[in-house]
Design a protein around this ligand. Sequence first.
Ligand SMILES: Cc1cc2nc3c(=O)[nH]c(=O)nc-3n(C[C@H](O)[C@H](O)[C@H](O)COP(=O)(O)OP(=O)(O)OC[C@H]3O[C@@H](n4cnc5c(N)ncnc54)[C@H](O)[C@@H]3O)c2cc1C
Length: 438
Amino acid sequence: MQIKLRPNDDCTNGWSAILHPRTPAPALKEAISADWLVIGAGFAGLATARRLAQNCPNDRIIILEAGVAGDNASGRNSGFAIDVPHNVGSSTAELEKAVNYKRLMNAGIAHLKEVVDTHSIDCSWSQRGKYHCAASAKLVDSLLKHHAEELERLKEPYVWFDRDQLRERLGTSFFRSGIYTPGCILLNPAALTRGLADTLPNNVVLYENSPVTWLDFEGKVHAKTAFGEVRARKLILANNGSIGQLPGFERQLFTVASYASLTHPLSEEQRLRLGNIEEWGVTPANAISGATMRFTQDHRLLIRQQFDYTPSMSVTEQSRIHVRGQHRDVFLSRFPELSDVQMEHFWMGFFSITRNGSPRWGRVRSNTYAAAGCNGVGISKQTVSGVTLADLACGIENPLIDDMYALGEPTRLPPRPLLDLGVKAYLAKECWKGRKEY
Ligand SMILES: Cc1cc2nc3c(=O)[nH]c(=O)nc-3n(C[C@H](O)[C@H](O)[C@H](O)COP(=O)(O)OP(=O)(O)OC[C@H]3O[C@@H](n4cnc5c(N)ncnc54)[C@H](O)[C@@H]3O)c2cc1C
Protein backbone atom coordinates (compact mmCIF):
# COMPACT_ATOMS: atom_id res chain seq x y z
CA MET A 1 0.00 0.00 0.00
CA GLN A 2 1.01 3.61 -0.51
CA ILE A 3 2.22 5.36 2.68
CA LYS A 4 1.00 8.90 2.39
CA LEU A 5 0.95 10.23 5.95
CA ARG A 6 4.22 11.28 7.53
CA PRO A 7 5.01 13.79 10.29
CA ASN A 8 5.12 17.14 8.57
CA ASP A 9 6.90 19.07 11.29
CA ASP A 10 8.22 22.59 11.03
CA CYS A 11 11.87 21.64 10.31
CA THR A 12 13.09 23.61 13.29
CA ASN A 13 14.19 22.17 16.61
CA GLY A 14 15.87 24.23 19.32
CA TRP A 15 17.55 21.23 20.92
CA SER A 16 19.45 20.27 17.77
CA ALA A 17 20.05 23.91 16.76
CA ILE A 18 22.17 24.41 19.90
CA LEU A 19 24.34 21.35 19.12
CA HIS A 20 27.17 20.97 16.64
CA PRO A 21 25.92 20.14 13.14
CA ARG A 22 25.64 16.41 12.40
CA THR A 23 25.96 14.67 9.04
CA PRO A 24 23.00 12.28 8.68
CA ALA A 25 23.49 8.71 7.49
CA PRO A 26 23.09 8.34 3.70
CA ALA A 27 19.67 7.80 2.16
CA LEU A 28 18.77 4.40 0.71
CA LYS A 29 19.56 4.33 -3.02
CA GLU A 30 19.56 0.62 -3.90
CA ALA A 31 17.57 -2.58 -3.53
CA ILE A 32 18.71 -4.55 -0.48
CA SER A 33 17.56 -7.44 1.66
CA ALA A 34 17.81 -7.93 5.38
CA ASP A 35 16.56 -10.07 8.23
CA TRP A 36 14.77 -7.21 9.94
CA LEU A 37 13.37 -3.93 8.71
CA VAL A 38 12.69 -1.27 11.37
CA ILE A 39 10.68 1.77 10.26
CA GLY A 40 11.44 4.86 12.36
CA ALA A 41 14.56 6.05 14.19
CA GLY A 42 12.98 7.44 17.35
CA PHE A 43 13.39 5.97 20.82
CA ALA A 44 11.21 2.97 19.91
CA GLY A 45 12.97 2.08 16.64
CA LEU A 46 16.49 2.72 17.92
CA ALA A 47 15.98 0.67 21.09
CA THR A 48 14.41 -2.19 19.10
CA ALA A 49 17.21 -2.24 16.54
CA ARG A 50 19.95 -2.14 19.19
CA ARG A 51 18.38 -5.02 21.10
CA LEU A 52 17.72 -7.08 17.94
CA ALA A 53 21.38 -6.67 17.05
CA GLN A 54 22.40 -7.98 20.47
CA ASN A 55 19.89 -10.84 20.38
CA CYS A 56 20.77 -11.89 16.82
CA PRO A 57 24.40 -10.88 16.17
CA ASN A 58 24.42 -12.61 12.77
CA ASP A 59 21.26 -10.92 11.51
CA ARG A 60 21.23 -7.85 9.30
CA ILE A 61 18.99 -5.05 10.58
CA ILE A 62 17.97 -2.07 8.48
CA ILE A 63 16.38 1.12 9.83
CA LEU A 64 14.56 3.39 7.39
CA GLU A 65 13.99 6.87 8.78
CA ALA A 66 11.87 9.43 6.90
CA GLY A 67 13.75 12.40 8.33
CA VAL A 68 16.79 12.74 10.53
CA ALA A 69 17.41 11.13 13.92
CA GLY A 70 17.27 13.86 16.55
CA ASP A 71 14.85 16.03 14.63
CA ASN A 72 11.91 13.66 15.05
CA ALA A 73 9.55 13.70 18.06
CA SER A 74 12.24 11.87 20.02
CA GLY A 75 14.64 14.75 19.44
CA ARG A 76 12.20 17.63 19.81
CA ASN A 77 10.44 16.88 23.10
CA SER A 78 10.94 18.53 26.49
CA GLY A 79 13.65 16.12 27.60
CA PHE A 80 12.03 14.61 30.72
CA ALA A 81 12.80 10.88 31.05
CA ILE A 82 9.88 10.20 33.38
CA ASP A 83 10.11 7.49 36.04
CA VAL A 84 6.76 7.57 37.93
CA PRO A 85 3.22 7.77 36.52
CA HIS A 86 1.10 10.88 37.19
CA ASN A 87 -2.44 9.62 37.13
CA VAL A 88 -3.11 6.40 38.94
CA GLY A 89 -6.69 5.42 39.74
CA SER A 90 -7.78 4.35 43.19
CA SER A 91 -8.57 0.66 42.58
CA THR A 92 -6.16 -2.17 43.36
CA ALA A 93 -6.04 -3.09 39.64
CA GLU A 94 -5.00 0.43 38.71
CA LEU A 95 -2.38 0.48 41.43
CA GLU A 96 -0.96 -2.80 40.14
CA LYS A 97 -0.84 -1.33 36.64
CA ALA A 98 1.04 1.67 38.04
CA VAL A 99 3.59 -0.70 39.58
CA ASN A 100 4.07 -2.41 36.18
CA TYR A 101 4.37 0.98 34.57
CA LYS A 102 6.94 2.22 37.06
CA ARG A 103 9.06 -0.91 36.60
CA LEU A 104 8.97 -0.38 32.83
CA MET A 105 9.88 3.31 33.03
CA ASN A 106 12.81 2.57 35.31
CA ALA A 107 13.99 -0.18 32.96
CA GLY A 108 13.78 2.28 30.05
CA ILE A 109 15.86 4.82 31.93
CA ALA A 110 18.38 2.15 32.98
CA HIS A 111 18.74 0.99 29.36
CA LEU A 112 19.34 4.56 28.15
CA LYS A 113 21.81 5.24 30.97
CA GLU A 114 23.83 2.16 30.04
CA VAL A 115 24.08 3.21 26.39
CA VAL A 116 24.85 6.82 27.34
CA ASP A 117 27.65 5.69 29.68
CA THR A 118 29.03 3.02 27.35
CA HIS A 119 29.32 5.41 24.41
CA SER A 120 29.94 8.62 26.40
CA ILE A 121 26.93 10.28 24.73
CA ASP A 122 27.01 13.94 25.70
CA CYS A 123 23.31 14.78 26.16
CA SER A 124 23.37 16.77 29.44
CA TRP A 125 21.97 13.71 31.25
CA SER A 126 21.17 14.71 34.80
CA GLN A 127 19.04 13.11 37.50
CA ARG A 128 17.52 16.35 38.71
CA GLY A 129 14.06 14.98 39.47
CA LYS A 130 11.04 17.10 38.62
CA TYR A 131 8.47 19.39 40.20
CA HIS A 132 4.81 18.62 39.40
CA CYS A 133 3.13 21.99 39.98
CA ALA A 134 -0.23 23.75 40.08
CA ALA A 135 -1.05 27.47 40.25
CA SER A 136 -4.68 27.42 41.37
CA ALA A 137 -6.10 26.21 44.70
CA LYS A 138 -8.62 24.13 42.74
CA LEU A 139 -5.96 22.09 40.94
CA VAL A 140 -3.90 21.74 44.10
CA ASP A 141 -6.92 20.16 45.75
CA SER A 142 -8.18 18.12 42.81
CA LEU A 143 -4.92 16.94 41.23
CA LEU A 144 -1.83 17.51 43.37
CA LYS A 145 -3.23 16.08 46.59
CA HIS A 146 -4.44 13.07 44.65
CA HIS A 147 -0.98 12.68 43.10
CA ALA A 148 0.62 12.80 46.57
CA GLU A 149 -1.71 10.00 47.72
CA GLU A 150 -0.76 7.93 44.66
CA LEU A 151 2.93 8.38 45.41
CA GLU A 152 2.35 7.25 48.98
CA ARG A 153 0.51 4.15 47.82
CA LEU A 154 3.34 3.43 45.39
CA LYS A 155 5.83 4.05 48.24
CA GLU A 156 7.59 6.65 46.09
CA PRO A 157 9.58 9.36 47.87
CA TYR A 158 8.37 12.92 47.34
CA VAL A 159 8.51 16.39 48.91
CA TRP A 160 5.59 18.84 48.96
CA PHE A 161 6.65 22.47 48.40
CA ASP A 162 4.61 25.65 48.91
CA ARG A 163 4.85 28.86 46.91
CA ASP A 164 7.79 30.39 48.80
CA GLN A 165 9.80 27.19 48.70
CA LEU A 166 9.14 26.83 44.97
CA ARG A 167 10.12 30.45 44.40
CA GLU A 168 13.46 29.77 46.06
CA ARG A 169 14.12 26.70 43.89
CA LEU A 170 12.55 27.70 40.55
CA GLY A 171 12.83 31.49 40.53
CA THR A 172 9.07 31.99 39.98
CA SER A 173 6.17 32.68 42.35
CA PHE A 174 3.63 31.47 39.78
CA PHE A 175 2.86 28.14 41.43
CA ARG A 176 0.87 27.69 44.62
CA SER A 177 2.21 24.17 45.32
CA GLY A 178 4.38 21.50 43.78
CA ILE A 179 5.42 17.91 44.39
CA TYR A 180 9.09 17.08 43.90
CA THR A 181 10.06 13.53 42.95
CA PRO A 182 13.75 12.74 42.58
CA GLY A 183 13.92 10.04 39.85
CA CYS A 184 13.24 11.96 36.62
CA ILE A 185 16.17 12.55 34.25
CA LEU A 186 16.53 15.86 32.42
CA LEU A 187 18.45 15.82 29.15
CA ASN A 188 18.85 17.27 25.67
CA PRO A 189 16.65 14.89 23.63
CA ALA A 190 18.22 15.72 20.26
CA ALA A 191 21.70 14.96 21.59
CA LEU A 192 20.47 11.69 23.08
CA THR A 193 18.63 10.56 19.93
CA ARG A 194 21.57 11.45 17.69
CA GLY A 195 23.91 9.66 20.09
CA LEU A 196 21.75 6.52 20.03
CA ALA A 197 21.60 6.60 16.21
CA ASP A 198 25.34 7.16 15.82
CA THR A 199 26.40 4.29 18.11
CA LEU A 200 24.29 1.45 16.75
CA PRO A 201 25.90 -2.00 16.63
CA ASN A 202 27.71 -3.00 13.42
CA ASN A 203 24.93 -5.25 12.15
CA VAL A 204 22.46 -2.33 12.09
CA VAL A 205 22.43 0.03 9.10
CA LEU A 206 20.50 3.27 9.39
CA TYR A 207 19.28 5.12 6.30
CA GLU A 208 18.08 8.66 6.99
CA ASN A 209 16.02 10.91 4.72
CA SER A 210 14.50 7.68 3.41
CA PRO A 211 10.72 7.77 3.88
CA VAL A 212 8.92 4.52 3.18
CA THR A 213 6.41 5.42 0.48
CA TRP A 214 5.05 1.95 -0.21
CA LEU A 215 4.80 -1.04 2.13
CA ASP A 216 3.62 -4.63 1.93
CA PHE A 217 3.68 -6.90 4.98
CA GLU A 218 0.96 -9.35 4.03
CA GLY A 219 3.48 -12.09 3.31
CA LYS A 220 7.15 -11.24 3.15
CA VAL A 221 8.08 -7.70 4.03
CA HIS A 222 8.71 -5.33 1.13
CA ALA A 223 9.20 -1.57 1.53
CA LYS A 224 9.96 1.04 -1.10
CA THR A 225 11.50 4.47 -0.77
CA ALA A 226 11.94 7.07 -3.52
CA PHE A 227 15.26 5.56 -4.70
CA GLY A 228 15.49 2.13 -3.11
CA GLU A 229 13.71 -0.85 -1.63
CA VAL A 230 14.12 -3.35 1.20
CA ARG A 231 12.96 -6.92 1.40
CA ALA A 232 13.08 -8.45 4.86
CA ARG A 233 11.91 -11.44 6.84
CA LYS A 234 10.44 -9.40 9.65
CA LEU A 235 9.14 -5.90 10.19
CA ILE A 236 9.18 -3.57 13.19
CA LEU A 237 6.81 -0.62 12.98
CA ALA A 238 8.18 2.17 15.15
CA ASN A 239 6.80 5.10 13.18
CA ASN A 240 4.70 6.70 15.93
CA GLY A 241 1.48 8.45 14.81
CA SER A 242 1.78 7.57 11.15
CA ILE A 243 1.24 3.92 12.06
CA GLY A 244 -2.51 4.69 12.24
CA GLN A 245 -2.86 4.60 8.44
CA LEU A 246 -1.71 0.96 8.24
CA PRO A 247 -4.05 -2.04 8.13
CA GLY A 248 -4.57 -3.42 11.63
CA PHE A 249 -4.15 -0.05 13.34
CA GLU A 250 -7.36 1.71 12.33
CA ARG A 251 -9.20 3.53 15.12
CA GLN A 252 -6.56 2.74 17.72
CA LEU A 253 -4.58 5.95 17.99
CA PHE A 254 -4.58 9.55 16.86
CA THR A 255 -1.94 12.26 16.72
CA VAL A 256 -1.56 15.57 18.50
CA ALA A 257 0.96 18.35 18.10
CA SER A 258 2.62 20.22 20.90
CA TYR A 259 4.95 23.21 20.79
CA ALA A 260 8.12 24.36 22.54
CA SER A 261 10.14 27.56 22.94
CA LEU A 262 13.70 27.92 24.20
CA THR A 263 15.36 31.17 25.27
CA HIS A 264 18.98 32.18 24.73
CA PRO A 265 21.25 31.40 27.71
CA LEU A 266 20.47 33.90 30.49
CA SER A 267 23.30 36.24 31.40
CA GLU A 268 24.66 36.16 34.92
CA GLU A 269 22.77 39.34 35.72
CA GLN A 270 19.49 37.91 34.35
CA ARG A 271 20.02 34.76 36.41
CA LEU A 272 20.55 36.80 39.56
CA ARG A 273 17.08 38.28 39.10
CA LEU A 274 15.67 34.79 39.67
CA GLY A 275 17.80 34.10 42.74
CA ASN A 276 20.31 31.37 43.25
CA ILE A 277 18.72 28.63 41.12
CA GLU A 278 20.11 25.48 39.55
CA GLU A 279 18.85 23.29 36.70
CA TRP A 280 15.21 22.21 37.20
CA GLY A 281 12.19 20.75 35.37
CA VAL A 282 8.47 21.41 35.98
CA THR A 283 5.54 19.35 34.71
CA PRO A 284 2.05 20.89 34.92
CA ALA A 285 -0.67 19.32 37.09
CA ASN A 286 -3.05 19.85 34.16
CA ALA A 287 -1.00 18.57 31.22
CA ILE A 288 -3.34 20.04 28.60
CA SER A 289 -3.65 23.65 29.75
CA GLY A 290 -0.46 24.03 31.77
CA ALA A 291 3.12 24.43 30.62
CA THR A 292 6.06 22.07 30.98
CA MET A 293 9.12 24.16 31.81
CA ARG A 294 12.84 23.72 32.23
CA PHE A 295 15.83 25.70 33.36
CA THR A 296 18.68 23.99 31.53
CA GLN A 297 22.30 23.35 32.38
CA ASP A 298 23.32 26.12 30.00
CA HIS A 299 20.86 28.55 31.66
CA ARG A 300 18.09 28.61 29.07
CA LEU A 301 14.38 28.51 29.90
CA LEU A 302 12.09 26.14 28.00
CA ILE A 303 8.31 26.38 27.67
CA ARG A 304 6.28 23.46 26.23
CA GLN A 305 2.64 24.34 25.99
CA GLN A 306 -0.54 23.77 23.90
CA PHE A 307 -1.88 20.63 22.30
CA ASP A 308 -3.62 20.57 18.92
CA TYR A 309 -5.46 17.65 17.38
CA THR A 310 -3.64 16.94 14.10
CA PRO A 311 -5.02 13.97 12.11
CA SER A 312 -3.16 15.23 9.02
CA MET A 313 0.13 15.42 10.98
CA SER A 314 0.63 19.04 10.00
CA VAL A 315 -0.17 22.44 11.49
CA THR A 316 -0.74 25.76 9.80
CA GLU A 317 1.65 28.68 9.94
CA GLN A 318 -1.19 30.62 11.55
CA SER A 319 -1.30 28.12 14.46
CA ARG A 320 2.45 28.38 14.89
CA ILE A 321 2.31 32.16 15.06
CA HIS A 322 -0.57 32.02 17.51
CA VAL A 323 1.14 29.56 19.85
CA ARG A 324 4.42 31.42 19.63
CA GLY A 325 2.67 34.53 20.97
CA GLN A 326 0.98 32.42 23.62
CA HIS A 327 4.35 31.11 24.80
CA ARG A 328 5.53 34.68 25.28
CA ASP A 329 2.53 35.31 27.57
CA VAL A 330 3.17 32.08 29.47
CA PHE A 331 6.81 33.03 29.91
CA LEU A 332 6.04 36.54 31.18
CA SER A 333 3.37 35.29 33.59
CA ARG A 334 6.04 33.12 35.22
CA PHE A 335 9.07 35.40 34.84
CA PRO A 336 7.87 39.04 34.65
CA GLU A 337 11.35 40.21 35.64
CA LEU A 338 12.78 38.67 32.43
CA SER A 339 10.88 40.74 29.86
CA ASP A 340 14.19 41.45 28.08
CA VAL A 341 14.81 37.72 27.49
CA GLN A 342 13.98 36.48 23.98
CA MET A 343 12.82 33.11 22.73
CA GLU A 344 15.69 32.06 20.50
CA HIS A 345 13.97 28.90 19.20
CA PHE A 346 10.39 27.79 18.61
CA TRP A 347 9.26 24.44 17.21
CA MET A 348 6.55 21.81 17.27
CA GLY A 349 6.25 18.03 17.05
CA PHE A 350 3.72 15.20 16.82
CA PHE A 351 3.07 12.15 18.92
CA SER A 352 0.45 9.44 19.14
CA ILE A 353 -2.27 9.03 21.73
CA THR A 354 -4.49 6.10 22.59
CA ARG A 355 -7.82 6.64 24.29
CA ASN A 356 -7.10 4.66 27.46
CA GLY A 357 -3.32 5.24 27.58
CA SER A 358 -2.48 1.63 26.73
CA PRO A 359 0.24 1.32 24.09
CA ARG A 360 -0.16 -0.31 20.67
CA TRP A 361 2.61 -2.77 21.37
CA GLY A 362 3.38 -6.36 20.43
CA ARG A 363 2.98 -8.80 17.57
CA VAL A 364 0.62 -7.62 14.88
CA ARG A 365 1.08 -10.37 12.29
CA SER A 366 3.33 -13.44 12.17
CA ASN A 367 6.15 -11.30 10.70
CA THR A 368 5.29 -7.84 12.07
CA TYR A 369 5.65 -6.14 15.45
CA ALA A 370 4.75 -2.62 16.54
CA ALA A 371 5.52 -0.08 19.28
CA ALA A 372 3.37 3.06 19.17
CA GLY A 373 0.96 5.05 21.33
CA CYS A 374 3.32 6.78 23.74
CA ASN A 375 0.71 9.25 25.08
CA GLY A 376 3.35 11.94 25.46
CA VAL A 377 5.74 9.97 27.68
CA GLY A 378 8.10 8.58 25.11
CA ILE A 379 11.70 8.75 26.29
CA SER A 380 11.60 6.02 28.89
CA LYS A 381 8.39 4.33 27.68
CA GLN A 382 9.22 3.97 23.98
CA THR A 383 12.73 2.86 24.90
CA VAL A 384 11.51 0.01 27.05
CA SER A 385 8.80 -0.75 24.47
CA GLY A 386 11.57 -1.21 21.91
CA VAL A 387 13.76 -3.38 24.12
CA THR A 388 10.89 -5.67 25.10
CA LEU A 389 9.54 -5.79 21.54
CA ALA A 390 12.90 -7.07 20.28
CA ASP A 391 12.93 -9.75 22.98
CA LEU A 392 9.35 -10.74 22.15
CA ALA A 393 10.15 -10.93 18.43
CA CYS A 394 13.23 -13.09 19.10
CA GLY A 395 11.43 -15.37 21.55
CA ILE A 396 13.66 -14.30 24.43
CA GLU A 397 12.19 -14.42 27.92
CA ASN A 398 12.03 -11.11 29.71
CA PRO A 399 9.74 -10.47 32.71
CA LEU A 400 9.20 -6.93 31.42
CA ILE A 401 7.21 -8.42 28.52
CA ASP A 402 4.53 -9.35 31.06
CA ASP A 403 4.63 -5.78 32.39
CA MET A 404 4.05 -4.52 28.84
CA TYR A 405 1.08 -6.87 28.39
CA ALA A 406 -0.26 -5.73 31.77
CA LEU A 407 -0.61 -2.19 30.40
CA GLY A 408 -3.44 -3.52 28.26
CA GLU A 409 -4.51 -2.72 24.70
CA PRO A 410 -5.88 0.50 23.24
CA THR A 411 -9.64 0.84 23.40
CA ARG A 412 -11.29 1.45 20.04
CA LEU A 413 -11.77 5.03 18.94
CA PRO A 414 -15.03 6.27 17.42
CA PRO A 415 -14.98 6.80 13.66
CA ARG A 416 -14.31 10.23 12.22
CA PRO A 417 -15.81 12.82 12.30
CA LEU A 418 -17.06 11.76 15.76
CA LEU A 419 -13.45 11.29 16.85
CA ASP A 420 -12.53 14.80 15.67
CA LEU A 421 -15.40 16.32 17.62
CA GLY A 422 -14.66 14.26 20.72
CA VAL A 423 -10.94 15.06 20.86
CA LYS A 424 -11.46 18.76 20.20
CA ALA A 425 -14.18 18.93 22.86
CA TYR A 426 -11.94 17.13 25.37
CA LEU A 427 -8.99 19.48 24.72
CA ALA A 428 -11.26 22.53 25.01
CA LYS A 429 -12.77 21.26 28.27
CA GLU A 430 -9.35 20.60 29.83
CA CYS A 431 -8.12 24.05 28.76
CA TRP A 432 -11.16 25.62 30.39
CA LYS A 433 -10.75 23.59 33.58
CA GLY A 434 -7.09 24.56 33.80
CA ARG A 435 -7.40 28.15 32.57
CA LYS A 436 -5.73 29.53 35.70
CA GLU A 437 -2.62 27.47 34.94
CA TYR A 438 -2.05 29.32 31.68
C1 LIG B 1 6.83 19.11 22.15
C2 LIG B 1 6.87 17.72 22.74
C3 LIG B 1 7.29 17.53 24.06
C4 LIG B 1 7.37 16.26 24.60
N1 LIG B 1 7.93 16.08 25.84
C5 LIG B 1 8.23 14.83 26.27
C6 LIG B 1 9.00 14.65 27.46
O1 LIG B 1 9.48 15.60 28.10
N2 LIG B 1 9.23 13.37 27.88
C7 LIG B 1 8.78 12.28 27.19
O2 LIG B 1 9.02 11.16 27.61
N3 LIG B 1 8.09 12.43 26.02
C8 LIG B 1 7.82 13.68 25.56
N4 LIG B 1 7.17 13.84 24.36
C9 LIG B 1 6.74 12.62 23.62
C10 LIG B 1 7.93 11.95 22.95
O3 LIG B 1 8.65 12.84 22.18
C11 LIG B 1 7.42 10.81 22.07
O4 LIG B 1 6.61 10.01 22.86
C12 LIG B 1 8.55 9.93 21.55
O5 LIG B 1 9.49 10.67 20.89
C13 LIG B 1 7.97 8.87 20.65
O6 LIG B 1 9.04 8.07 20.19
P1 LIG B 1 8.83 7.12 18.96
O7 LIG B 1 10.10 6.44 18.70
O8 LIG B 1 7.63 6.29 19.19
O9 LIG B 1 8.41 8.11 17.78
P2 LIG B 1 9.28 9.20 16.92
O10 LIG B 1 10.35 9.83 17.70
O11 LIG B 1 8.25 10.08 16.28
O12 LIG B 1 9.93 8.27 15.85
C14 LIG B 1 9.16 7.73 14.79
C15 LIG B 1 9.94 7.93 13.54
O13 LIG B 1 9.28 7.31 12.46
C16 LIG B 1 9.60 8.05 11.31
N5 LIG B 1 8.63 7.75 10.26
C17 LIG B 1 7.31 8.06 10.20
N6 LIG B 1 6.79 7.65 9.03
C18 LIG B 1 7.82 7.08 8.33
C19 LIG B 1 7.93 6.49 7.05
N7 LIG B 1 6.87 6.40 6.23
N8 LIG B 1 9.13 6.03 6.66
C20 LIG B 1 10.21 6.10 7.47
N9 LIG B 1 10.16 6.66 8.70
C21 LIG B 1 8.98 7.14 9.11
C22 LIG B 1 9.51 9.50 11.77
O14 LIG B 1 10.21 10.36 10.91
C23 LIG B 1 10.12 9.41 13.15
O15 LIG B 1 11.48 9.71 13.14
C24 LIG B 1 7.01 15.11 23.81
C25 LIG B 1 6.59 15.29 22.48
C26 LIG B 1 6.53 16.57 21.94
C27 LIG B 1 6.10 16.72 20.51
